[in-house]
Design a protein around this ligand. Structure first.
Ligand SMILES: [Zn+2]
Length: 87
């Protein structure tokens, strides 16, 4: 069975955009990836662009968040997004 979009619940393909959150210390297995359908990935990207920074809570980044970071000039450093010009 195909995975579902984490936001709207529509079925997506295994190749759909996906992200993995940081797990907690009590997890004995890595957290499951969250999938995004194209529409929710676009909406998430626009919402995050409006906030002026990429979403910080992902361990494995979805493509849409990487695009947000690219467009806003952020780079990943020590597991956090930092502004390129802040260095
Ligand atoms: Zn969706």
């Amino acid at each position: 069975m195909n995975p579902k979009c984490a936001f709207c619940g529509r079925f997506v393909s295994w190749k759909a955009d996906q992200a993995t959150y940081y797990g907690s210390v009590t997890d004995c297995e890595p957290p499951d990836p969250h999938y995004f359908c194209d529409r929710c990935a676009d909406e998430s990207k626009l919402e995050q662009l409006s906030k002026g920074r990429p979403y910080q809570a992902y361990w494995l980044e979805p493509d849409w968040n990487r695009e947000v970071a690219d467009e806003l000039g952020f780079v990943k450093e020590d597991y956090r997004w930092v502004r390129k010009d802040a260095k």
